[in-house]
Design a protein around this ligand. Structure first.
Ligand code: MN
Ligand code: MN
Length: 397
């Protein structure tokens, strides 16, 4: 039975085929597989020369047709190619095209992706056919937003008007998730660091101890490493303390970036400073929030190996005096409107040496003293009369 059925089916199929009247179309010629182009970046020695960056890279402005990079390449075999530059900060570059001639020529890679975020230098790596190179794009929009939100690290001001601008090499603004700072390339330290502290910042995360270079600095700048401090006689002193960032591993780890570190004499760091930090954190556990700015002035401190003006072969400056200004408010909202003549402002100024009294309270000064020593205007968010009032006082609680 089965056998006959099969045969019947085959016959039927054969007949059906024969009945087909449409002339079978000849198979389409298989297009020759496109050759893959062979080329080198003209100067692949790490710098993409010559590279042209076109368009505006501005906070909040999405990529458009004007955003592109132009590379010079040397083509030894024509053919198809594609280059993908992985995205950084929400955008990247991609091209898929073909090269019809050999020799030196320019190729264009349009930007793809969204709008970059405020306050960044974006570093990209191009890797193709054995060449790699790196280039950086500075995101414009260096001025701060007109009004900073509650709890913004820079809420009370931007001393010295630090700028997100590659030309501002010694007053370079870096706004990070867990603090903000003004960096000096030539001194290898932050000029100041400021941060907001409230109960949500305090958790159970332990010290990550992962001191490391900050690879968000512009690519051509010297990057201070933990080794820069080895044998110097100075501690790697935190500005934003590890203890103020214990909510997540990320938060704590961020305080170990070397852009948050200065050479600090160990008594200054481990005793006076540490106790001051503890006192401010205690206020937070009692229901306050604290805006702190920390900086320094002068050159030359005395650590365990004696007096030094610099370490790391001159690349890192040792400050002479280290200061801090903390604005203490009951934890809440609309912070600037809650500052009044009764607001506690704690300012201290401590020499960068080991010969110190151990009580931070003996180092209290007025904000005016610190403004005079540094040339900064601090707490500029506050109305002038309130600013003058608070800045003239010395905390005595
Ligand atoms: Mn607040
Ligand atoms: Mn001021």
């Amino acid at each position: 039975m089965f056998k006959y059925t099969t045969i019947a089916f085959l016959l039927f199929a054969a007949v059906s085929c024969k009945k087909e009247t449409v002339t079978p179309t000849p198979p389409a010629p298989v297009p020759p597989k496109p050759k893959v182009a062979v080329f080198t970046l003209l100067d692949g020695a790490g710098n993409c020369n010559p590279i042209q960056v076109e368009g505006v890279y501005k906070t909040g402005v999405p990529m458009n047709a004007a955003n592109k990079i132009i590379l010079k390449i040397n083509v030894t075999m024509a053919g198809s190619y594609s280059i993908s530059v992985p995205g950084t900060n929400g955008y990247g570059f991609f091209v898929k095209d073909s090269l019809t001639t050999t020799g030196e020529q320019l190729i264009t890679l349009p930007a793809i992706g969204g709008a970059p975020v405020y306050g960044t230098i974006n570093t990209f790596n191009i890797s193709t056919q054995g060449n790699t190179c790196t280039f950086a794009i500075s995101v414009e929009g260096g001025e701060l937003p007109g009004v900073l939100d509650d709890n913004d690290h820079m809420y009370f001001g931007n001393p010295g008007n630090a700028a997100i601008n590659l030309d501002s090499v010694n007053n370079f603004l870096m706004r990070k998730p867990y603090y903000a700072l003004s960096y000096s390339r030539d001194r290898g330290i932050p000029n100041w660091v400021c941060w907001h502290l409230y109960p949500a910042d305090l958790g159970g995360i332990s010290r990550q101890e992962d001191f490391r270079e900050d690879n968000t600095l512009p690519a051509s700048w010297y990057r201070v490493t933990p080794a820069s401090y080895s044998g110097s006689g100075f501690d790697k002193g935190h500005n934003t303390p590890s203890g103020d960032r214990t909510s997540t591993v990320d938060a704590n780890s961020s305080t170990f970036l070397m852009t948050n570190i200065i050479p600090q004499a160990s008594t200054n760091n481990q005793i006076v400073w540490s106790r001051l930090e503890d006192s401010l954190r205690r206020l937070v556990t009692l229901g306050y929030e604290v805006y702190t700015i920390m900086g320094h002035y002068g050159i030359g401190g005395t650590g365990s190996s004696g007096f030094a003006t610099t370490i790391d072969a001159g690349r890192v400056t040792v400050p002479a005096s280290i200061w801090k200004v903390a604005v203490v408010l009951p934890n809440g909202n609309s912070d600037s409107s809650r500052v009044n003549s009764g607001t506690r402002v704690i300012a201290v100024d401590v020499p960068n040496t080991n010969s110190l009294g151990l009580n931070w309270k003996t180092y209290r000064v007025s904000v005016d003293n610190i403004e005079a020593a540094t040339g900064y205007d601090l707490l500029t968010r506050l109305p002038a009369t309130l600013q003058a009032d608070l800045e003239a006082r010395v905390d005595n609680l």
